[in-house]
Design a protein around this ligand. Structure first.
Ligand SMILES: Cc1cc2nc3c(=O)[nH]c(=O)nc-3n(C[C@H](O)[C@H](O)[C@H](O)COP(=O)(O)O)c2cc1C
Length: 190
């Protein structure tokens, strides 16, 4: 396996960092005592429900993974863009970064499966935050085709993290809803 030096790794993500604001996930007036962080990517809310339940149960801080350039509103356009990004091995720039990753021992990394693997914005998150030595619990939702190569990709992207047992859940709300509404509209048309 090729061992990437930290300097080379940082050089490769420099464009991702440019322009991204460093934000603290904790209130400046009331520093959080929590050593756990929930970091979540969610388009249609399924993964956010899981992530927020874990946040409430653990008292962890919460960080939402958001790209600087939003994905399309349309589901199919997002699927197509995500597929292009996956094929090009593209890492979209994030709108904000966690300012104080050193403060956390445990990271719950919540994301949906895109294109049978880890979505590009989550790979950007992993490229721009050092999870070495941290315990990482993946919280993964998928639309019925399973979690694909996501655990192997996580293991590569967070090489020095201690990746533990993943929570996985099938959730296909957006696609089912779109299909149901389309069917209703077709039946309703006069
Ligand atoms: C761009 C995109 C790609 C997807 N690719 C897959 C896939 O390859 N396999 C799968 O089972 N579900 C896939 N899904 C479905 C989502 O993984 C699933 O519905 C997930 O629960 C959505 O989470 P969210 O509501 O937090 O965004 C995809 C959804 C999107 C938007």
């Amino acid at each position: 396996m090729t061992r990437i030096t930290r300097r080379a790794a940082l050089a490769s993500v420099a464009p991702l960092l440019a322009g991204a604001a460093l934000v603290s996930t904790v209130n400046a007036q009331q520093p959080s005592a929590s050593r756990a962080l929930v970091a979540c990517l969610s388009r249609s809310g399924n993964t956010r429900v899981v992530a927020q339940q874990v946040r409430r149960a653990t008292g962890a801080d919460y960080f939402e993974i958001v790209t600087a350039d939003p994905y399309p509103e349309d589901y199919e356009e997002t699927v197509a863009q995500a597929e292009r990004e996956r094929q090009a091995d593209f890492r979209p720039r994030l709108r904000e970064l966690v300012a104080s990753m050193d403060a956390y021992d445990t990271v719950y990394l919540a994301f949906p499966i895109w294109g049978m693997t880890v979505p590009p914005p989550v790979r950007s998150f992993l490229a721009t935050h050092d999870l070495a030595g941290k315990t990482v619990f993946p919280l993964i939702t998928h639309g019925g085709y399973g979690i694909g190569s996501s655990l192997a990709v996580l293991a590569e992207d967070a090489l020095a993290a201690d990746i533990r047992n993943a929570f996985t859940l099938e959730q296909n709300q957006e696609r089912q809803t779109l299909a149901a509404v389309t069917e209703w509209m077709a039946a309703t048309r006069t």
